[in-house]
Design a protein around this ligand. Structure first.
Ligand code: ATP
Length: 374
């Protein structure tokens, strides 16, 4: 049973890496029982190293890994991978080529009294019952990955680890299988931790996502919060699209920008008058035909249901905006826009001095009040 707080996996101040190469430091993550977590980040940030430490393949140099309240790894003691009750699904499927589909699934439960029934149930679950007698080389990539999933689930692991499980598959299949895997894990109530560098996949599959940069956890949060309430500039730019424009904080929840005053839903501790970078996502900018705020279309990407426009303000600042694709505009056209940013995301301005910061606050506040958004 999970501990009293419903936490199945605890990474407490985890540090791990290789001989003379520390990779991950001070990693703190608590995964709730039945949840799917994800480690997301650019190549080399330490996702696979963390997953291998959880699986018991790598020693740890600091902190502790606990599963269901039981200590699995400390710097001085390590439970072997076989004794952890952790299942693994790899990017390259790692099926036994000389075993059929059903033999692959049965491999880890040879002593189970209801082995046949269990294998049949799992093959049903992953929709491979009709292919149970085939060998791995007679299956598509997506089918092989479903066998790997069934095999990993067969011993009823307390935790399933998935290392880039969809990256050998492309496009639509990848999207469909990631959705199916989430449904299967949820149906069985299996807790899982996924590693990916693909943000769409992380969001589609996971309940909580940890964004890693250079071995440091930037934020462990829901996909919604990572997108709308990023905790660091790195998370803001790594997750989703958007541009920063300069602004000046007027009060804890209000900022003056060249687009007018934007009022958000959270208070910032920075002093009034601070120069800030304001994050504007494409969904924060909407078209408004008669608005006095104008922007010129300098780029256009057709996405099917929507079109992403890149817009330039008279000051030269760049923004993006998403319009329904039937609302078609040409490059070079001037569009009326309005800010609809409920989630005000600002960070203390980096580097260069904000224009507004050089002005007295009263002068900044004297800007066009018609451009107030809340
Ligand atoms: N066996 C190893 N020995 C020494 N260093 C390693 C070893 N495996 C990985 N590394 C290094 O550890 C760092 C983190 O690697 P890791 O594989 O955890 O990154 P990742 O975030 O999973 O990247 P990717 O998305 O490219 O798989 C990298 O700098 C990598 O070169």
């Amino acid at each position: 049973m999970p501990d009293s707080h419903g936490i199945v996996l605890e990474l407490n101040q985890l540090a791990c890496g290789y001989a003379d190469h520390p990779v991950v430091t001070d990693l703190n993550i608590h995964l709730r029982s039945g949840d799917i977590g994800c480690l997301l980040g650019p190549s080399g940030c330490g996702k696979t190293t963390s997953l291998r430490a959880i699986a018991g393949f790598e020693p740890i140099t600091g902190g502790e890994i606990r599963l269901d309240g039981r200590s699995l790894s400390t710097p001085t003691r390590r439970v072997s991978p076989e004794a952890r009750r952790i299942g693994m699904v790899f990017q390259d499927y790692a099926l036994f080529p000389h075993l059929t589909v059903q033999e692959n699934v049965a491999f880890g439960i040879s002593k189970h009294p209801d082995r046949k029934t269990k294998v049949a149930e799992l093959l049903e679950l992953v929709k491979l019952a009709p292919l149970s007698k085939r060998y791995p080389h007679e299956l598509s990539g997506g089918q092989q990955q479903r066998v790997a999933l069934a095999r990993a689930l067969a011993p009823d692991p307390k935790l399933l680890l998935l290392d880039e499980p969809f990256s050998n598959l492309d496009g639509e299949l990848r999207r469909r299988l990631s959705g199916e895997v989430r449904d299967i894990l949820k149906l069985r109530g299996t807790s899982a931790m996924l590693v990916t560098h693909d943000q769409n996949e992380a969001f589609a599959v996971s309940d909580h996502v940890g964004v890693l940069k250079d071995g440091h956890l930037q934020q462990w949060d829901t996909p919604y919060n990572l997108y709308h309430e990023p905790a660091t500039p790195f998370v803001a730019s790594f997750i989703g699209q958007g541009y920063f424009i300069r602004g000046q904080l007027i009060s804890p929840d209000t900022v003056q920008t060249e687009l007018g005053v934007i009022r958000g839903n959270r208070a910032y501790q920075l002093p009034a008058g601070s120069a800030v970078d304001v994050l504007l996502r494409p969904d924060d900018i909407v078209g408004e035909q008669h608005s006095s705020l104008r922007a010129t279309i300098i780029g256009k990407t057709f996405l099917g249901a929507t079109t992403l426009y890149r817009l330039q303000l008279p000051t030269g600042s760049i923004l993006e905006s998403i319009f329904p694709s039937h609302d078609d505009h040409s490059l070079g056209k001037s569009l009326g826009i309005r800010i609809a940013a409920d989630h005000l995301v600002v960070f203390a301005a980096q580097g260069s001095v904000n224009l507004h910061a050089q002005l007295p606050l009263e002068q900044v506040l004297g800007a066009d009040p018609s451009n107030v958004s809340s």
